[in-house]
Design a protein around this ligand. Structure first.
Ligand code: ATP
Ligand code: MG
Length: 400
């Protein structure tokens, strides 16, 4: 094998998957390749429970930036691969030690060796001693400290030898798509992008639905949601967003139902429409940014009502978080600044003076019975628009 720079990938929980490990690992490798699709001359290797990315020197920064955001990876290490000869290993370890002195100012080090390939003629302690002695003797400014070294240089002897020291934290979670697909109810607010991110990080592939009341809600409000979805492609690569106009529904509610039920009834329709779209596109769950007690529509009674509207499981990953924690996460995933842009939401346009905060399911069901629920839902879905975003931009004229 030729000498190359590479990045060693560590995955956490996937390793606990027993018999299914292969499926998860394949998905991870596929997602890494997807994340690096525009980087030339890379090679993603997948053997003996280890994943490596071979790359050219000049692409290092870009690859680290991308790979540390691939769900399922817990940490990575830039590594050097050499042939299984002790001289070559010594040379690579010396290079690594020099880098550690210059970049990290280390004064002491030790070598740790793992020998998976028992055909190698020295034992692990022998390799560590030999290579450590060599590096120590070449570099006056460095000394060996086996108890509390500033840095550990690792050597792994497999089909080739791998030398590395640095460990860079990655995003964790499970490979995107390894848990099936869910439909995210994406508003323009702070919470729903974070909710989507949280489920995506656990392996749930996402599609999204956004409800608006155009022309009562503006074109800019809808663009803001697309911008949020674009931000999310850092983690999901692609995202399909269904834009559904619920103006006719809200008008019907206004005409036939008690005004204080406007918000909860709108929510009921959102759930039903989201479920229908989910069924059409192979999604097996809904995801919302609901949070206990945050606003009137998020009391236990309101959640009980909206919950009863669908048969699908509804994931509410933010239900128990404080607002400040959600904001922090939104900043971390870079959706916050877009979320706080002041555009109207379909729920605020028709906000009545008084809202029910403790709706009863039977009462809400009676109000729904006053409406042509199926017809309203079917027309809203029929008139939906699809927006597809991919790798930081919107795709023009996507195919359904
Ligand atoms: P967010 O910050 O996500 O807007 P919120 O704190 O404003 O949430 P609500 O307005 O009560 O809370 O909405 C709760 C959840 O219902 C949202 O997180 C989202 O999943 C869904 N939702 C609300 N409005 C819409 C909408 N216009 N389109 C799609 N989903 C919506
Ligand atoms: Mg909102």
């Amino acid at each position: 094998m030729e000498e190359r720079e590479l990045i060693l990938i560590r995955y956490g929980e996937i390793a606990l998957k027993g018999k299914n490990i292969g499926v998860f690992q394949k998905k991870l490798v596929k997602n890494i390749k997807k994340a690096l699709v525009d980087v030339p001359n890379i090679h993603v290797l997948d053997h003996h429970g280890r994943v490596y990315v071979e790359h050219d020197h000049e692409d290092y920064e870009k690859i680290v930036e991308r790979v540390t955001k691939v769900f399922g990876i817990v940490s990575i290490s830039p590594a050097h691969r050499t042939e299984n000869k002790v001289e070559a290993i010594c040379t690579a370890a010396l290079e690594e030690a020099k880098r550690l002195i210059h970049e990290e100012g280390i004064r002491t080090f030790k070598i740790e060796t793992r020998r998976a390939n028992k055909g190698f003629p020295m034992t692990s302690p022998e390799i560590s001693r030999h290579v450590g002695g060599y590096v120590n003797q070449k570099l006056d400014e460095l000394s060996v400290d086996v108890h509390t070294p500033d840095a550990v240089i690792h050597i792994e002897i497999r089909n080739s030898a791998y030398i590395f020291s640095k460990r860079i934290q990655a995003i964790g979670g499970m490979p995107y798509g390894s848990a099936g697909k869910g439909m995210l109810l994406l508003s323009g607010g702070i919470d729903s992008p974070v909710a989507g991110y949280s489920m995506a990080r656990r392996g749930l592939e996402l599609e999204a639905v956004h409800f608006h009341s155009y022309p009562f809600t503006s074109e800019r409000a809808a663009e803001k949601v697309v911008d949020l979805a674009i931000k999310m492609t850092v983690y999901t690569t692609n995202l399909r967003i269904y834009k559904v106009n619920i103006l006719e529904i809200q008008r019907a509610i206004q005409e036939f139902c008690p005004q204080e039920e406007m918000t909860i009834l709108s929510r009921c329709f959102m759930m039903k429409i989201a479920e229908k779209l989910a069924n059409e596109s192979g999604c097996k769950a809904l995801v919302t940014g609901e949070n206990m007690g945050q606003v009137a529509s998020q009391t236990l009674e309101s959640i009980t009502v909206t919950n009863a509207m669908t048969e699908m499981p509804i994931f509410r990953p933010l239900i128990a978080y404080d607002k400040s924690e959600i904001v922090e996460k939104a900043q971390e995933i870079d959706t916050f600044e877009t979320s706080i842009l002041p555009f109207e939401d379909c729920c605020t346009v028709f906000l009545p003076e008084r809202v029910v905060t403790k709706p009863r399911l039977e009462k809400i069901q009676e109000s729904l019975d006053l409406l042509d629920v199926e017809g309203l839902i079917d027309r809203a879905i029929e008139n939906r628009e699809l927006v597809v975003v991919s790798r930081g931009k919107q795709i023009e004229n996507p195919r359904y």
